[in-house]
Design a protein around this ligand. Structure first.
Ligand SMILES: Cc1cc2nc3c(=O)[nH]c(=O)nc-3n(C[C@H](O)[C@H](O)[C@H](O)COP(=O)(O)OP(=O)(O)OC[C@H]3O[C@@H](n4cnc5c(N)ncnc54)[C@H](O)[C@@H]3O)c2cc1C
Length: 448
């Protein structure tokens, strides 16, 4: 296959959107290059389970090369997309992890699905004290912090300082925040219950801060109420109408109900609030004149192309899509949206190669799911509102179904079955930075 004999497609991002776009072009007469700065696809909906020791990293990530080893028209390239030259139709690249990469690659069609990242409401300095669970690396940091906090509490004699170690603050009560809070509560109340001698992990406080007046605002209010009840039953304290005004090494300061300011002493803060689009969205906006919103999402045309550049498509968390009347629609920042858009992008390329037209993108909303803990979840499926065991089983099946890799599905199924009956978590390891910092400090307080 020579460089110019086939239509050259470059896909940026092997996440949910990019993966589907690439899979959808497996039989197309194209030469495809999938560029990602990681060598694996990450199943983000389960990173919080890595952060709480329920699953191991390898069970929710799958090497991109393994996924596409039999897709003959596809090459995987480990590199970071740094810029786009629309005139020359070239994607500029930067090497990652010391692995050499070409400085640019040419394309006939470019599909960009760079995702999003957490935003700290303009206070990037808070990220030093409040980790998020979007990447595998940060999920592992959170895991180490949580486990190290219990260890430090065990060694701490001062009751106030011990209480701070045993206070866990989660900022943002969307699905990720709710899931994190529920998992930490189960860790403290079930898994670690008999593991310590000086402390009782069940005395840990888990605070879930939310600026709105209910948890899970993307769900109907009745399901928010049920989720709140389930959280309280697990031992989580939801603090609603609570806006974070500062985060530092000693805890968080919140403004409650827009009036009083409250200080919460805590050594573990997990960030699960607002997201901002990949910087690639802003760059595409700059280059094409497409408008970006406050969350950095670029507005694409109804067929996911950039204005004036039908050869460039963008999708997933980083875009809004214009409707027939020109108004951009913000779809939920969830995997099904990115996956449907990825499949649509593949279909559009296949049609173009055959000289056919494709109707605008249409999103089919299949519902909304969030889990809280063992046998507790909420589901809103086309108006059908479920909670409790049935919603939880639906959540399990959906997540196992979409997890990439047969081996991972089997492993996760076994892990979940064992944990369900034993309340255990096999991946409770303190690794990386937290472990090293503790070893260097050689003191009871575990630096963050
Ligand atoms: C903690 C968490 C929990 C979630 N839970 C759920 C859930 O339960 N259900 C649900 O439906 N959705 C959930 N989501 C949302 C869902 O994961 C996203 O909507 C989805 O991943 C978006 O897909 P995407 O393709 O746009 O981006 P991503 O899946 O994030 O993929 C982006 C890819 O692009 C790569 N990349 C980025 N920039 C570059 C660059 N410059 N060069 C090269 N590569 C680059 C990244 O490495 C990544 O592989 C969750 C998200 C998070 C963070």
């Amino acid at each position: 296959m020579t460089a110019n004999s086939f239509h050259r497609v470059v896909v940026v991002g092997g996440g949910f959107g990019g993966l589907q776009a690439t899979v959808g072009l497996r039989r197309a007469p194209v030469e495809l290059t999938l560029v990602d700065r990681r060598n694996f696809h990450l199943f983000q909906p389960l990173t919080y389970q890595v952060a709480t020791g329920a699953l191991s990293p390898g069970e929710i990530a799958y090497p991109l090369r393994a996924i596409f080893k039999r897709q003959r028209n596809t090459s995987v390239l480990l590199a970071e997309a740094s810029d786009i030259d629309l005139e020359r139709r070239e994607l500029h690249l930067r090497a990652v992890a010391g692995v050499p990469a070409p400085t640019s690659i040419p394309y006939d069609t470019l599909i960009v699905s760079g995702g999003s990242q957490y935003s700290y409401f303009g206070h990037d300095e808070w990220s030093e004290h409040a980790n998020e669970v979007k990447s595998l690396e940060s999920a592992l940091m959170v895991r180490s912090h949580i486990l190290a906090a219990f260890e430090a509490a065990e060694m701490e004699q001062d009751p106030e300082r011990r209480a701070a170690w045993l206070t866990f603050v989660i900022v943002g009560a969307g699905p990720t925040g709710v899931e994190m809070a529920g998992q930490i509560a189960e860790l403290a109340r079930d898994t670690l219950r008999h593991d310590f001698r000086s402390i009782d992990p069940r005395q840990g406080r888990i605070l879930l801060l939310e600026g709105a007046d209910r948890v899970l605002t993307s769900f109907p209010p009745s399901l928010s109420r049920r989720a709140e009840r389930s959280l309280k039953k697990l031992g989580v304290t939801p603090m609603l109408g609570a806006l974070v005004v500062s985060v530092d090494a000693g805890g968080v300061t919140v403004k409650v109900s827009g009036e009083r300011t409250e200080r919460v002493a805590s050594r573990t803060v997990v960030w699960a609030a607002g997201v901002t689009a990949s910087g690639l969205a802003a760059r595409l906006g700059e280059l094409t004149g497409a408008e970006c919103d406050r969350a950095g999402r670029v507005a694409v045309e109804p067929d996911l192309t950039l204005p004036g550049h039908p050869e460039v498509l963008a999708l997933g968390d980083m875009v809004r899509v214009r409707g027939a009347d020109g108004t951009p629609t913000v779809f939920p920042g969830v995997a099904p949206v990115a996956m449907q858009q990825g499949r649509y992008a593949a279909k559009l390329v296949r049609s173009r190669v055959r000289g056919r037209r494709t109707a605008p993108f249409h999103y089919r909303d299949k519902g909304n799911l969030a889990t809280i803990g063992r046998a507790a979840a909420v589901a809103d499926i086309k108006g059908l509102k479920l909670s409790g065991l049935l919603a939880w089983l639906t959540w399990l099946v959906v997540h196992l179904w979409y997890l990439v890799g047969f081996q991972n599905r089997v492993l996760v199924f076994i892990r979940w079955s064992v944990s369900f009956f034993t309340h255990g978590r096999g991946a409770r390891l303190i690794t990386g930075e937290a472990a090293e910092a503790g070893a260097e400090a050689g003191e009871t307080a575990w630096p963050r």
